[in-house]
Design a protein around this ligand. Structure first.
Ligand SMILES: [Zn+2]
Length: 316
């Protein structure tokens, strides 16, 4: 069983350590660190990555990581290794915003370069220091732009390895989704390392259901690979729905948007899902379901422009 090496620090079998992914300097000269928690058993087994805060305002994933560390599940792993990066995009977390200081999206900087911008260098370090050494991983996100996502795992159903992992994680929904160019998921997949994206809740809000489901998913993975004791934590039996397709419903007009439907619920064809209307009570436009579907993401922003994505629907 070989050493894991992160930022030139060796972590041998049976060792638990916190290391920095790399050193990055801010314009003030302050050192920015990206703490990376490594837990290793003496016994051979999978090397799993759990990471969050790619978009720093997506706090649910960060809270899931905090819970995992705090619960001491990994300090005596029965086999394999776990790497946890609670906040990969530190500056974005401090500023409670999605982007890096230069306006870039870290998740479009992959595979990165050691001489690029901050995002490009973080992406490069993740690929070369972490992804290279893992077997698979989970990247925790939250709905962007005021969209509240019902807990869901996103993966490409054609990727057998990734799809199998999604079923073990067993979030309430597994959504078939292709990875985007320059994203961590795409670049890791191209190197034979499935990284699944978990989405839950909305930016800058803690969402209990999303945090709980994320934790249950991580523990199901660890139990499945016999890395923690089977009796360690009671996890509810999963009820997972596979969604082969998804679409966004957009606002037909600018104005106020409201819905009476709860996210995560089933919606029958022709049911009214919500209304957009002008603020003066003159015009009202109904949004109806074109087919049977589940409401997997819901806009919580009442003021919308024509064409804004407001409802995310998934079909079995
Ligand atoms: Zn995100």
């Amino acid at each position: 069983m070989s050493d894991l090496i992160i930022n030139e620090i060796k972590i041998g079998p049976g060792e638990n350590r916190v290391v920095n992914l790399n050193e990055y300097y801010l314009p003030t000269g302050a050192l920015m660190e990206i703490p990376t928690y490594v837990y290793r058993s003496k016994k051979e087994g999978p090397v799993i990555l759990f990471m969050a805060g790619m978009h720093g305002e997506e706090v649910n994933g960060i809270e899931i990581m905090r819970n995992l560390i705090r619960a001491h599940h990994f300090e005596n792993l029965l086999r394999g290794s776990v790497i946890i990066i609670p906040i990969v995009n530190v500056t974005s977390f401090i500023h409670k915003q999605r982007e890096l200081p230069d306006g870039r999206d870290l998740n479009r900087c992959f595979p990165g370069s050691p001489r690029g911008s901050m995002g490009s260098r973080i992406a490069y370090d993740l690929m070369t220091q972490i992804v290279r050494q893992i077997d698979f991983g989970f990247d925790f996100h939250t709905g962007g732009a005021e969209i509240n996502n019902y807990p869901q795992i996103r993966c490409d159903f054609r990727d057998k390895k990734g799809f199998a992992l999604a079923q073990i994680f067993a979030a309430p929904f597994i959504v078939n989704s292709q990875s985007r160019e320059k994203s961590l998921r795409k670049e890791a997949h191209d190197r034979g390392k499935p990284i699944l994206v978990y989405e839950a809740g909305e930016s800058n809000r803690l969402n209990k259901l999303g945090i709980d489901e994320g934790l249950f998913g991580c523990l199901r993975i660890l139990k499945h690979y016999r890395m923690i004791r089977q009796e360690e934590t009671i996890i509810p039996r999963p009820k997972t729905i596979l969604l082969k397709r998804d679409i966004w419903v957009r606002a037909k007009m600018s104005g106020l948007f409201r819905t009476s439907k709860k996210y995560g619920t089933f919606i029958e064809k022709d049911w009214v899902m919500g209304y957009t209307c002008d603020p003066y009570g003159k015009v009202q436009s109904e949004l109806t379901a074109a087919e049977n579907c589940f409401l997997i993401g819901l806009n919580n922003q009442p003021v919308v422009n024509e064409g804004d994505a407001i409802l995310h629907l998934g079909m079995e």
